[in-house]
Design a protein around this ligand. Structure first.
Ligand SMILES: [Zn+2]
Length: 134
């Protein structure tokens, strides 16, 4: 944890370690709630951005989904929160999932098959801090 000491802070409401439900998603239309409109443009299927163009594979924080990306509920952990997920490694909250609970994380996978394989697992999750300027 020493490596994370400089430049990070603990969100004051965050409990450092807790058990969370970890689900999985990929960039596909089923996982991310989008579809192609009549013009063939990917658009959001629901939520506040319904009908608005959706850039596939771009997270709520504006980054490209990659290994280490997780999504939290809109009222859950702040974007930029660094987490250690027991048995999996270090992840950063880069994305938002409207259907997620506050004690739930959605872990990104490159394919839908891998996301299905993960399914739904309970894991110990440690909040390492928050990367402020990323
Ligand atoms: Zn998917």
């Amino acid at each position: 944890m020493v490596a994370f000491a400089a430049g990070y802070f603990f969100p004051h409401d965050a409990k450092p370690t807790r058990t969370m439900t970890v689900t999985a998603y990929c960039n596909c239309e089923r996982c991310c709630g989008w579809h192609l409109d009549e013009a063939g443009v990917p658009v959001f299927s629901g939520g506040p951005l319904k009908g608005k163009p959706k850039e596939i594979g771009i997270t709520a924080s504006g980054k490209r989904t990659t290994a280490g990306t997780v999504a939290s509920s809109p009222t859950g952990l702040p974007l930029g929160t660094l987490l250690y997920i027991e048995g999996e490694g270090v992840f950063r909250v880069e994305d938002r999932g409207g259907g997620l609970q506050n004690d739930q994380l959605d872990m990104w996978f490159p394919t839908h098959e891998e996301a299905l394989q993960w399914g739904r697992q309970k894991r110990r999750v440690t909040v390492l801090g928050n990367q402020k300027n990323q």
